[in-house]
Design a protein around this ligand. Structure first.
Ligand code: ADP
Ligand code: DP6
Length: 330
């Protein structure tokens, strides 16, 4: 009773979510569009019990401090409210992705926690409701409920802000994303703090908002037409625009490191030499390269001239949230 376990994969936004209009409900300023990937994921179990006197949170077998546990507790409160119970819980999570390094652990982490709570409390939520709930934990998590191409409709209320799968004729099966790992350590500015500072102070924030709706349209059209060049171009330019907003924040900041720039220039060079590939970056120094499956080994060969083999991970389209059987405890 009151046990649940789930797995969720990370997703990388091709058109970024960057800024909230409601921080409590996590309502974004703009729609975003992502690809769920198979290389990185989180598995989370949760056990609610009348015997527990407080919530506890273990990440990668380490008990987390009060700050991290409070964040999880706030999310558990939402699930408890839906179930009409007040039991405390023990959450155990394994990240098969570096945590807080700009590789989207918050997306897989909170989506997996959503699935585990849904099972443990027998909430019976639909995919749309799972997405709405995951969003309250971390915005990007609402997209990890689904596999393949996903759009998060910004909405203007708890009810109307959720993600859904974009029809794609399974085109994502032909695509890949190569991760160039520059640094897997925790970043200095979290996505949450970085986007908020940008909304409040960046001179370029309004320009960002003015162009994202158009970028979403361009990306959706490219997916419909299976036009890789068009999807790649809008992905790369949207990512660069997001990062431009941080340079105009007060105080200014950047997630880029010298090696991020080296990676971006390498991708440009590979493209100039005839292999179609485009980069994107999130709130961290790591660079992700969108390409077609057929070109993966040629692109990897080129990237290996600049980066160590251990720095390169190739991901393909991943699946949505999955319930896992709980192991029977002895
Ligand atoms: P990332 O780029 O990895 O998504 P963020 O700064 O956006 O980095 O988010 C990292 C935060 O996400 C962590 O500090 C933690 O609060 C949360 N998080 C990461 N993994 C998990 C997990 N498995 N379970 C619950 N919360 C998680
Ligand atoms: C740059 O979803 O981690 O990766 O909603 O505050 O938890 P919170 O932020 P989070 O931000 C992700 C930002 C991004 C872009 C994206 O994934 O769309």
């Amino acid at each position: 009773m009151y046990n649940g376990k789930a797995r969720a994969y990370t997703n990388i936004a091709l058109i970024k979510y960057w800024g909230k209009k409601d921080q409590e409900l996590i309502l974004p300023m703009n729609n975003s569009l992502s690809l769920t990937l198979d290389a990185f994921h989180t598995e989370t179990s949760v056990h609610f019990s009348p015997d527990y006197t407080k919530d506890s949170f273990y990440l990668d077998d380490l008990e987390q401090d009060a700050k991290a546990t409070t964040k999880v507790s706030r999310f558990l409160d939402l699930a408890r409210k839906k179930a009409g119970i007040s039991y405390c819980a023990c959450v155990k999570s394994q990240n098969f992705v570096p945590t807080a390094a700009g590789l989207a652990s918050s997306a897989s982490g909170l989506a997996a926690l959503t699935g585990a709570c849904n099972d443990a409390l027998q909430l019976g939520l639909s995919d749309k409701e799972l997405s709405q709930l995951a969003r309250r934990g971390s915005g990007s998590a609402c997209r990890s409920i689904f596999g393949g191409f996903v759009e998060w409709e910004k909405g203007d209320s708890d009810e109307t802000s959720f993600a859904q799968k974009i029809p794609s004729n399974n085109w994502e099966e032909d695509l890949a994303m190569i991760f160039i790992l520059i640094n897997d350590q925790k970043k200095e500015v979290s996505s949450r703090d970085g986007m908020q500072l940008t909304v409040e102070t960046s001179a370029y924030y309004d320009s960002w908002l003015e162009t994202t709706a158009k970028d979403i349209q361009t990306a959706k059209e490219a997916i419909l037409q299976q036009d890789f060049q068009a999807l790649g171009e809008v992905t790369e330019s949207n990512g660069l625009k997001m990062h431009a907003t941080t340079l105009a924040a007060v105080p200014p900041f950047t997630y880029w490191s010298p090696d991020s720039l080296r990676a971006m220039n390498t991708v440009r060079r590979i493209r100039k030499n005839g292999l179609s590939c485009y980069f994107t970056m999130d709130a961290g120094p790591n660079v992700k390269v969108l390409c077609q499956k057929k070109d993966v080994s040629a692109i990897l060969t080129e990237l290996q001239k600049e980066f160590e083999e251990e720095q390169l991970t190739c991901a393909y389209a991943g699946k949505g949230l999955k319930s896992l059987e709980m192991e029977v405890s002895k």
